[in-house]
Design a protein around this ligand. Structure first.
Ligand code: DX5
Ligand code: ZN
Length: 218
């Protein structure tokens, strides 16, 4: 049985009460932080300042999802702020190989994300250098969207590509993951699950996280 990591996305949390919201996510494997610049995606969220505040109040590793243009200019700031995983979008990085090396040199774990319309062949060359591939199962920018069903087949094909490398590379899925569909996404080959609205719309975040884990393993 492959491991399951649940990563609540604070995009759907109450930002005026962020510390308590994160503490209420007990049992989470990662805290997913969505960084949006208003250029790469049509929304603006948070920067390194918030990441460093979050770092001070939790031991849970921070999974920082950069939905920004020119990610290379901000990697150091997010690394210093306390990111553990730094994921960049392939559509936003012209020199992706260099960006991935920069993340390694900063001592952080590199991930690369693909939008729904970006084909898997785009990461063929860089795949062996990565710790994680993030498959977007919605178009990035907002929480609470519906899971795009074609993502399941993409995850299956990515799992086969990863097996062919012989390396241990995580598949994270982001967008529209809920307790009702997580088992199917897990079976397709994902091991790391972002959940924003599915966690923060419930009254007991910790219980929802636990339920999602059980759905995969059960
Ligand atoms: C979307 C973000 C997601 C978002 C997911 O652009 O990358 O991390 O928070 O939200 P849900 O789980 O509600 O689809
Ligand atoms: Zn995200």
């Amino acid at each position: 049985n492959k491991p399951v990591r649940i990563a609540p996305s604070i995009l759907s949390a109450d930002f005026a009460n962020l510390g308590n919201e994160i503490h209420a996510c007990q049992g989470a494997d990662l805290i997913h932080i969505d960084v949006m610049d208003g250029h790469f995606v049509p929304n603006i969220t948070i920067g390194p300042l918030v990441v460093s505040s979050v770092k001070k109040i939790t031991q849970t590793p921070l999974d920082v999802h950069l939905m920004i243009q020119r990610p290379e200019e901000y990697l150091e700031a997010f690394a210093t702020a306390g990111a553990d995983i730094l994921t960049v979008h392939i559509e936003a990085a012209t020199h992706l190989h260099r960006v991935v090396q920069q993340i390694r040199d900063l001592g952080k774990s590199p991930g690369v994300s693909l939008n729904p319309a970006t084909p898997l062949c785009a990461i063929e060359e860089i795949l062996p250098e990565l710790d994680m591939v993030l498959i977007m199962s919605v178009n990035p920018g907002f929480g609470g969207q519906k899971f795009i069903p074609a993502s399941l087949d993409k995850i299956r094909r990515l799992r086969a590509m990863i097996e062919a490398t012989g390396k241990e590379i995580s598949i994270e899925v982001d967008g529209g993951v809920t307790p009702a569909n997580i088992a199917e996404v897990y079976k397709a080959g994902a091991d790391t699950f972002v959940a924003g609205s599915a966690v923060f719309s419930t009254s007991n975040y910790s219980l929802t996280i636990q339920q999602m884990r059980i759905e995969c393993q059960g």
